[in-house]
Every structure is written in structure tokens, then in C-alpha cells.
Write a protein that binds this ligand. Structure first.
Ligand SMILES: Nc1ncnc2c1ncn2[C@@H]1O[C@H](COP(=O)(O)OP(=O)(O)O)[C@@H](O)[C@H]1O
Ligand SMILES: [Mg+2]
Length: 247
């Protein structure tokens, strides 16, 4: 079976700094794949390349059988690639529901069509179940700026789900959360529909093992290792990279 996503020979340079040097990554429909590695390894850059925010100097990104290398983030989102960022990005003065409605707009308002009351209602109908799925039904009417950090994370994921993703890109979703919030987030992520593929950037190996079936380890913009969580756990190369104190 062809992968849902394949990034092939991706290279990104920032001036003289090489952020990614010929990285390959593929993800199948419904697969849960973790991307780990030390700070500066190129994990966020690879998500940017897959999401369309960064154009690589070399390499190709294919999604659902098509070359999407030239498409921007909005066009990729319409095709089913949605992401959350390393820092939560919500509209603080809008309620949780309104945030999800805004995120759902590109799906319910076709390109170059007018926004209408009917489409607004469609978006609102989508928001309720998504907030419930992300454990936010009780705070649907609360402005996002008043939510706890963990709830803002949950909201951002509900917003990403509003795009009906086939591939969800999560950049360090547990960063800055309390132990309780992390436990809750893991439960919510494990309960996502299996049809959605997830590419998860995460530092904490316990979360990687709880949430993913395959793992790629990046270091210095290159793939150091790839395999199942068990293979990665026991890989001498990975142990060495983590033992170097760089992770
Ligand atoms: N916009 C940018 N301009 C210049 N250098 C960047 C930029 N984004 C990332 N880098 C550099 O590219 C490398 C990879 O960064 P990043 O992908 O953010 O790593 P990670 O997410 O694995 O910590 C780092 O050395 C970082 O400093
Ligand atoms: Mg990063």
C-alpha cells in the first residue's frame, strides 16, 4: 500500500546552517509516528516542510498519491494535513466554541464562496462534538484566554480536528503541561479516531511509547534511526544520542 504521506530527500538550509540533510519519512493511513531527537535536530523544520510553512531547497512531499510540494499551508490543510504548533495558537478573546468555528471555516466555506448563516450553523454544529471529544464541553463558552494551558492545548487539537485531518501534525503537545494535564492529553490523543494518522514531535519517551507505533530519530538534520518503539528503546545509537545529554 502506498503511504499517505511521503517526504523524500528533504533538505533545508538556513544560510550556512543545514537544518535537514536529505531526510526521508513516510506515514501510512492511520499510522501513529513519533519524531524524536535532540533540540535543534530539525523536527519542527520537518513538520514545517510537511505542513507547507517551509519550502525545502531539495526534496518532494507527496500526500495521498499527489505531489504537494508546491502547495502552501492552506491548500495542504484543505487536503487533510492539519497541525498544532510548538506554542499554542488560539484566539484569546473568542470562546472555545468560536475558536473551533473559525478553524472549521475553510472546510464549510468552499473557496471563493460567500460566508452565510447556513454555513455558520454548519460550522457551529461541528464545534460541539469536537469540543466534547477533546474534553472541553464544560468550557465551550469560556474565552480561550481564560483557559488553563492544558485546556488551550486541547482546544488547539479540537481546532485542528475541525479541518477533518487525515494527517495530524503535533509539535510537542505536552510541553509546559502539568503531570495531570499530560495524562489527560495522552488519554484524549489515544482516543482519536484510528483513521487519522498522527505525526508527533515529542521529547518525552514515555509519551512516545504510549502514543506511537513507529518512531524516527533525527539528529543534526539526519535520520539516526527508525523503527518500532521497542527497537528504538534498545538501539545503541539512540541510547548514545540521549546519553550525550542532548535530548
Ligand atoms: N527560521 C529559521 N532561521 C534560521 N535557523 C533556523 C530557523 N528555524 C530553525 N532553524 C535552525 O534549524 C535547526 C533545526 O531547528 P528545529 O527544526 O526547530 O529543531 P527541533 O524542532 O528539532 O528542535 C536549528 O539549528 C535551528 O536553530
Ligand atoms: Mg522544535
Amino acid at each position: 500500500m502506498n503511504p499517505l504521506l511521503s517526504a523524500e530527500e528533504v533538505s533545508v538550509r538556513y544560510g550556512s546552517l543545514t537544518a535537514l540533510a536529505g531526510v526521508d519519512l513516510s506515514i501510512h493511513e492511520g499510522q501513529r509516528h513519533a519524531l524524536i531527537g535532540p533540540n535543534g535536530a530539525g523536527k519542527t523544520t520537518l513538520l514545517d516542510v510537511i505542513g507547507g510553512a517551509t519550502k525545502p531547497q531539495r526534496g518532494t512531499v507527496r500526500f495521498a498519491g499527489r505531489d504537494i510540494s508546491r502547495l502552501g499551508p492552506a491548500a495542504r490543510a484543505r487536503r487533510g494535513i492539519n497541525r498544532i504548533h510548538q506554542r499554542p495558537a488560539v484566539f484569546p478573546t473568542l470562546t472555545a466554541t468560536e475558536n473551533v468555528v473559525v478553524a472549521a471555516l475553510p472546510r464549510v466555506v468552499p473557496r471563493r464562496r460567500w460566508w452565510s448563516g447556513g454555513r455558520r450553523r454548519t460550522a457551529q454544529h461541528r464545534a460541539g462534538p469536537l469540543l466534547e471529544r477533546m474534553g472541553l464541553a464544560d468550557v465551550a463558552a469560556v474565552p480561550a484566554g481564560h483557559l488553563a494551558h492544558g485546556q488551550r492545548r486541547q482546544l488547539e487539537i479540537a481546532m485542528a480536528l475541525a479541518g477533518s485531518p487525515r494527517l495530524l501534525l503535533l509539535d510537542e503537545p505536552a510541553a509546559g503541561l502539568s503531570a495531570n494535564e499530560v495524562g489527560r492529553l495522552v488519554d484524549l490523543l489515544r482516543a482519536l479516531p484510528r483513521a487519522i494518522a498522527v505525526l508527533l514531535v515529542e521529547h518525552r519517551l514515555d509519551l512516545v511509547y504510549a502514543l506511537s507505533d513507529t518512531v524516527t530519530v533525527l539528529r543534526d538534520g539526519q535520520t539516526l534511526a527508525a523503527g518500532t518503539p521497542d527497537e528504538i528503546r534498545t538501539s545503541p545509537l539512540v541510547r548514545q544520542a540521549y546519553a550525550d545529554g542532548v535530548a
